[in-house]
Design a protein around this ligand. Sequence first.
Ligand SMILES: [Zn+2]
Length: 129
Amino acid sequence: MSSPTIAPWSADQVTALAPDKQVATAGLKLASPATWSDAGVHEALVWGSASGSGKKPYRVCVDLSGPAFTCSCPSRKFPCKHAVGLLHLWSRGQVADRGTGRLRRRVAGGPGQASPAEGRAAGGRGPAR
Ligand SMILES: [Zn+2]
């Protein structure tokens, strides 16, 4: 028993999320598999690392059920071009479904301090009694 991964949106739906035309265009440019590493999708969560101009890749995580976006880049745009780019990649079926917990753990415990939205949403571990 596993929850189905959300069916990819159309490119138009992704573009509609962009706060302005600049982000929409830049997002499209980023929607290339070469830009991304560790990209994955599971249920309502899409994540990936985008190589940018900096030394460290930007870690992006999108919760499709919100939708909610997190990215480690300094952009003030919301969502930023990385989130839009990642969603374009996903809408084209170029993000692999990680149905197992393996990659999730890798995302949460991987290098870099940016934790995916999921971790924040889950809150603490609950009281140990
Ligand atoms: Zn970003």
